[in-house]
Design a protein around this ligand. Structure first.
Ligand code: SF4
Ligand code: SF4
Length: 238
């Protein structure tokens, strides 16, 4: 892969994607003073688990507050280079998920021993605040020195969405509700690779159409960046 292969192109096409990063700062920074703000993460987690059951990682590309921070704030100062393969490998994804969940559950058990105490909700909120802050710092550094969506390659919330999506597919429900990047007419494709060069996840839709002319990749965050930049406008999300 050439060093300057990936292009820095705007990815924030909607209001939520432009300004969702404010929620990240509100929870991760504001939560240090008002820990109950961390409880907002419970709604975010419910949202991502429900939407992923029906349509995979759509949440990551369209609603995630951290995703908005990475794409809106960090993209302009990012080195935007290729994501190192070990960071998106299965051992990394599974290993980090296990590590994260072990620590999260351990802390959760500790906090629930305070059930009924006046500061229970503050303690619970602070757990989410600290997690949000950790992602802001770690994901932010990766966004600057690699590419904005580096953290997302092994994000435990992304892994949970993949579980939920596979459940949705197994029950047959996701088949009816899912949306995928679709090429209307492969004969019109110029093979310019622009759809892949602008992809925040560094996926390669232009080389991977299935028999239904769709890009069937569990990691596609359905952000429609490829749709926006295809010069012949043959891509859509449907
Ligand atoms: S393939 Fe298209 S929709 Fe999927 S992540 Fe890449 S740019 Fe976004
Ligand atoms: S951007 Fe459009 S024309 Fe270029 S390779 Fe992708 S689908 Fe083909």
């Amino acid at each position: 892969m050439k060093k300057n292969y990936y292009l820095k192109k705007n990815r924030t096409f909607t209001f939520v994607r432009k300004y969702g990063w404010i929620i990240t700062l509100l929870i991760a920074i504001g939560g240090l003073w008002q820990p109950k703000l961390g409880l907002l993460v419970l709604f975010i987690m419910s949202g991502l688990l429900i939407t992923s059951f029906f349509t995979g990682r759509y949440w990551c590309g369209n609603f995630c507050p951290h995703g908005s921070l990475f794409d809106k704030i960090f993209l302009p100062i990012s080195k935007n280079i290729e994501i190192p393969k070990p960071l998106k490998s299965k051992p990394m994804i599974i290993g980090f998920f296990g590590f994260f969940m072990f620590n999260f559950i351990r802390k959760m058990i500790n906090i629930f021993s305070n059930w009924g105490n006046y500061d229970f909700l503050d303690k619970l909120g602070l757990l989410f605040v600290n997690t949000y802050l950790m992602v802001l710092i770690t994901g932010g550094l990766m966004a600057i020195f690699v590419t904005p969506r580096t953290w997302c390659q092994f994000c435990p919330m992304g892994t949970m969405q993949k579980f939920s999506y596979s459940l949705g597919k197994k029950t047959g429900i996701a088949k009816k509700t899912d949306k995928k990047i679709t090429i209307s007419n492969p004969d019109l494709c110029r093979n310019c690779g622009l759809c892949s060069k602008v992809c925040p996840f560094q996926l390669e839709p232009h080389k991977n159409w299935n028999e239904n002319n769709q890009f069937d990749n569990v990691n596609c965050i359905k952000c429609s960046t490829c749709v926006e930049y295809c010069p012949v406008k043959i891509l859509s999300l449907k």
